[in-house]
Write a protein that binds this ligand. Sequence first.
Ligand code: PMP
Length: 423
Amino acid sequence: DQSVCTPLPVLGRDVTVPLVTGGEVSYAALDYAASAPALQRVWDDVAAYAPYYGSVHRGAGYLSQLSTDLFENARKTVAEFLGCRPADQVIFTRSTTDSLNLLARVIPADCEVFVFETEHHASLLPWQDARVTCLDAPRTPRQAVQTLERALAGRDPYGPALVCVTGASNVTGELWPVRELAAAAHAHGARIVLDAAQLAPHHPVDLRDLDVDWVAFSGHKLYAPFGSGVLAGRADWLQAAEPYLAGGGASRKVTRRQDGGVAVEWHETAARHEAGSPNVIGAYAIASACKALTEAGWDTLVAREQHLIAKVREGLAEVPEVRVLSLFGDDAPRVGVISFVVEGWNSSHFAAALSAEYGIGVRDGLFCAHPLVRTLLGSDPQTQGECGAPEAAPGEKSLNAIRVSFGAGTPDEHVERFVNAVR
Ligand code: PMP
């Protein structure tokens, strides 16, 4: 099928890089899970708008009005892309990390938070000021739901609680049973936020369909450039809390108090948490990416990605020294994110060789998901540093892994080159 074979045009597809063996080769960007190359279409949209941008929200000039319209229309486009309910708010942030930290700042003071140890640090760490229960890594999607149900059953059903869960793992690429987890959370009076950083670039995310309360994602993984993200969902906790940032744009009325202090009334719209001049270009780029993905069609995008996943999985299966990391087993549905270790190889050296000898960019390390990678590798947490890529001594288990990830812009040649290189 021709449509399955055609990648979407992305930036950097003509970039060549030098090889240590001599000569040059086109760069194979296979680190989409960290940052996907922006779609050419997104870049063109931004370039077409850039000469006309002006200050937003308070400017009276023509270009200010144009920018304000584009910014607010970007919000509507994202709301549509996410299947938001009429009362949901879409807040533009810097990234998924920023979105989840924002949410952590607005949850009620007595909120209990439930997270699996398998989460990316962006989902695992922002809740440190709350009462956090960290749940064991499940070995099946069903076990994930059972583990959550068991944990929630013991709590006061009338107190506030939040479950934070990923839609697709940034390590294994495996899909999590979001709909079932949301149903379990709601059945026990808890709310749920979906970390869609890895899900949104690969699958449609619909708040109503999944019945999640909030969703967070990053523009730079969704084929937009760096610097913008989204938190979307229920307005009540967002409106009840103090603003994430205090400043202009978030305040409706500011006055001097009799006692010499300053009194402020905050907006109750998304602006409450968007103080300061917003990243209009970033919001516009995200909206452009949402439109481009919708127009390309999820059926085609998913079919193409599954075609690439099959190529990589089959190729890796032919190499006996390769062990693909998985929580839910080989047949689990997944996105184009695959981590593995190679017996007899230090993962960092292996990734460096893929770059230097084949022009292939992958990631090595612990992928900002230390507890999950330790569980998958079965290695001793005490021996690992906080960041970077620790080395295993000869004959020891790997302390880190290699991750290959791809998406809508990946040509077949890149994954074929990768598989041949591993071989
Ligand atoms: N959650 C997941 C599942 C991720 O993969 C990432 C990025 N690797 C994040 C959150 C954080 O995204 P960002 O760095 O854009 O804030």
